[in-house]
Design a protein. Structure first.
Length: 298
C-alpha cells in the first residue's frame, strides 16, 4: 500500500463515526483543519488498537519497524508529532502529521490535547479494566475531551464554559462508543464498563463474551446509556452558545450521540451481536431537534 493510500485509508474511516467529522456546509478551510485533526486522532487510535493499514507504510514513515508493538509505535509517533510543533527542519515524516502542521500553525494550537490522545492510547496498552465510573471519566478526559477542545480552538470559540460543556459531550460520545463496542473491546481484552457497576448488576466477564446479552447485561448497558444521555444533555447548551455553521456542526455531534443511544435502546440494549447503528434519517431528525432546541423552539 502506497503512503498516500495508507493515509487515505485512515481518513476514510471518518464515514463510520457516530458524528459528522467535517461536513460539506463548513468553510473549506475549517473542513481541511478538522480532517487534519481527525487524521491525527484516527491514526493514533489505530496504532493503539493494532488496526493500522496493511503493508507497514505507517510504521516506516515513523522510523519504526512494521512488526513493532503498539507501545514502540506510539513512542515513534509522539516523536514525529513533536516535530509538528518545531519550526526547524526536517519536520514530521508521516503524511498525516505533515498535513497537521499548517493547521497547528494557523491556529497556534498547543501540543497538550494531541499529547493527551497519545497518552490515552498508551493507557490502553497498560490498563484493561476500570474500577469506577470516575476512573473511566478520567480516561475519557484523555481519549475524547481533547478533540472537542481542538474543534473550539480551530473555530476560535473556546471559553471556559464552552470547554466544560464540550468535555461533557465528548465524554458522552466516548462512553456511547464503548457501549457499541463491548464485544470488540473484549476481544482485545479491554472492558470499559466500570467494575463497580458490573458488580452492582451482577454481570461477569463471561456474560460479556456471550453471543447475546442476558437480562443483567442489558440492565447494565441501559444504566450506562442513561449516564451518557445525561452528559449529552449537560453539554447541549454548547450548541446554543455559538452561531452559524459551527452551531450546525456541534448539533451534529450531540445528535450523533443521541441517535446512537436511540439505536442501542432500539436493540433493547443487546450490544453483543454487534454495534447498534443509527440510520442516517434518524441522525438527521435528531440533529434537527437539537438545532431547534438551541434556538429556543422547543
Amino acid at each position: 500500500m502506497s503512503p498516500d493510500a495508507s493515509a487515505r485509508t485512515t481518513l476514510d474511516k471518518a464515514a463510520d463515526e457516530n458524528f459528522p467529522v467535517a461536513p460539506f456546509f463548513l468553510p473549506r478551510a475549517w473542513r481541511a483543519d478538522l480532517m487534519a485533526v481527525y487524521g491525527f486522532a484516527r491514526l493514533v487510535d489505530d496504532i493503539g488498537d493494532g488496526d493500522l493499514a496493511p503493508g507497514g507504510a505507517d510504521a516506516r514513515h515513523l522510523g519504526a519497524r512494521p512488526d513493532d508493538g503498539p507501545e514502540a509505535l506510539l513512542d515513534a509517533f509522539e516523536t514525529d508529532l513533536l516535530r509538528v510543533f518545531d519550526d526547524t527542519p526536517p519536520g514530521p515524516s508521516h503524511p498525516l502529521l505533515a498535513s497537521l502542521r499548517p493547521t497547528v500553525r494557523r491556529h497556534a494550537l498547543d501540543p497538550g490535547p494531541f499529547l493527551a490522545l497519545v497518552e490515552a492510547n498508551r493507557r490502553d496498552q497498560r490498563v484493561r479494566r476500570y474500577a469506577t465510573y470516575d476512573d473511566l471519566v478520567g480516561y475519557c478526559a484523555l481519549s475524547a475531551d481533547p478533540v472537542g477542545r481542538l474543534v473550539l480552538a480551530i473555530s476560535g470559540t473556546a471559553t471556559p464554559e464552552r470547554i466544560r460543556r464540550s468535555d461533557a459531550v465528548c465524554t458522552a460520545l466516548q462512553i456511547v462508543e464503548h457501549l457499541q463496542d463491548v464485544a470488540e473491546d473484549l476481544r482485545r481484552d479491554r472492558i470499559y464498563l466500570p467494575a463497580e457497576d458490573m458488580d452492582r448488576f451482577r454481570v461477569t466477564e463471561a456474560d460479556l463474551a456471550g453471543p447475546t446479552a442476558n437480562a443483567s447485561v442489558r440492565a447494565l448497558v441501559a444504566y450506562e446509556a442513561e449516564r451518557a444521555r445525561a452528559l449529552l444533555d449537560e453539554g447541549a447548551p454548547l450548541v446554543g452558545s455559538v452561531h452559524g455553521r459551527l452551531r450546525l456542526l456541534l448539533a451534529g455531534f450531540v445528535a450523533g450521540g443521541h441517535a446512537a443511544l436511540d439505536a442501542i435502546r432500539a436493540a433493547r440494549y443487546d450490544v453483543l451481536p454487534g454495534p447498534p447503528r443509527a440510520p442516517r434519517h434518524r441522525l438527521l431528525r435528531r440533529a434537527g431537534a437539537v438545532w431547534r432546541a438551541a434556538r429556543g423552539e422547543g
